[in-house]
Design a protein around this ligand. Structure first.
Ligand code: ADP
Length: 382
């Protein structure tokens, strides 16, 4: 199938000029993440964050220029804060600076002044990740954040799962986040948890191809342009997998640590190992592995079966030198409650499953607030 090429688009964008310098935005190296697929075009325009709001006309002009290229069906351009332009943009990881030191302190020291900081009132941001989809990452993330909140911590969840944002459904949230000033969004709320989801920002029917490039700036927006307020813990429900998008995310968010969710299947464990390595690569401390769907207890007779094998995650965690945080059984109540917006930890806090989540949450809290995790060196994106 023939269609416009990247070069065709760049040629068209060549004509668009940065209002400040008068130079072409292509010449100035402001275009990044250009994707052209079957006539659908997406790219970011990297700008100084301080100039962001006034450059909306530039973004539109660039979109229109690309739309004129023969064969182009759709164009989606976004403004991204350009790398190194200010703090909070380069993906510093400020984890583990001892006792819950607000991570932004470190970020603030680094970067000169400028645009709003990434979630300045949040003490710890942690990622919940999995090597592949369908292992119950979102279910665990929801119940974990609720359990942390039941322990008395003020919590939020940022649903960054571009491929299947599910937090609004799991937390029983409908509607759209509102903004009073047109700039800062108020997170949605339920069960005392503040929630922002990629699902609110990326149209559900947006072609998948957009999601990769879009996610990078959207994620920063969800940290910077959302009124998170003062939170003890913000849980990020990451997209499944360990590709470039996930790696970039892990770099861009100042993470205090990561939790990896795995099923006991070997194959999933191989994937879990990839997840672990990904975080290690970017010096984000792995707080531990959670084995999900570890054991099936027959609701009729109480018989226990290890549908996917058992204990693999624990053994693997030991082998890999990371902590095993606990196991969550395969149970229909967990599925039904999460899928209907009343997660088990809230709807039935006394159930053994909720207790398992509470125990895991306790370990995570201790690691975050008792300074037991290793300090993560800062990451600087070139
Ligand atoms: P992921 O985020 O890894 O793609 P989800 O959290 O969306 O996975 O879970 C996939 C499905 O599995 C959902 O329907 C969810 O309710 C179900 N599920 C997750 N964990 C469990 C569990 N421990 N027991 C039963 N069902 C579960």
């Amino acid at each position: 199938m023939s269609g416009p090429s990247e070069n065709d688009i760049l040629e068209a964008l060549e004509q668009v000029r940065d209002p400040d310098s008068g130079e072409s935005i292509v010449q100035r190296g402001m275009i990044s993440g250009l994707v052209v697929k079957d006539g659908n075009v997406g790219f970011s325009i990297e700008v100084d964050p301080a100039r962001g709001p006034e450059l909306e006309p530039l973004r539109q002009e660039a979109e229109q220029a690309a739309e004129k290229v023969k064969g182009v069906l759709s164009v989606s351009a976004i403004l991204t804060a350009h790398r190194g332009a200010g703090q909070g943009e380069g993906g510093q990881s400020s984890a583990g600076q001892g006792q819950g030191a607000p991570q932004q302190q470190a970020a603030g020291q680094q970067g000169g002044q400028q645009a709003r900081q990434l979630a300045p009132g949040v003490k710890h941001i942690i990622a919940v990740a999995s090597g592949k989809g369908g292992v119950g990452k979102s279910t665990v993330a929801t119940n974990l954040v609720l359990s942390l909140s039941l322990l008395g911590l003020k919590c939020g969840i940022l649903d960054a799962d571009i491929y299947g944002p599910s937090q609004p459904r799991m937390l029983g949230i409908t509607g759209r986040p509102q903004s009073e000033d047109g700039k800062i969004l108020k997170p949605m709320q339920n069960y005392g948890i503040s929630c922002m989801s990629m699902g609110f920002l990326v149209a559900e029917d947006a072609p998948m191809i957009w999601r990769g490039p879009m996610v990078q700036s959207a994620l920063q927006q969800m940290l910077r342009d959302v009124e998170w307020g003062d939170l003890d813990v913000l849980v990020v429900d990451m997209p499944p997998g360990t590709g470039d998008a996930q790696l970039t995310m892990a770099q861009q968010v100042p993470l205090s640590g990561a939790v990896i969710v795995s099923t006991p299947q070997d194959i999933a464990l191989l994937d879990a190992r990839k997840g672990l390595n990904m975080f290690r690569k970017v010096d984000v401390p792995v707080l531990g592995i959670i084995e999900n769907m570890s054991l099936f207890v027959c609701p009729n007779c109480g018989h226990e079966s290890h549908v996917f094998g058992h204990g693999g995650a624990k053994t693997e965690a030991e082998r890999l030198g990371c902590d095993f945080l606990g196991e969550i059984p395969l149970n229909i109540d967990i599925r039904e409650t999460s899928d209907s917006g009343r997660p088990i930890t809230i709807s039935n806090p006394d159930s053994p499953h909720s207790k398992a989540f509470a125990e895991i949450a306790g370990k995570v809290r201790d690691k975050l607030f008792q300074g037991t995790q290793k300090a993560a060196p800062k990451i600087v994106m070139e």
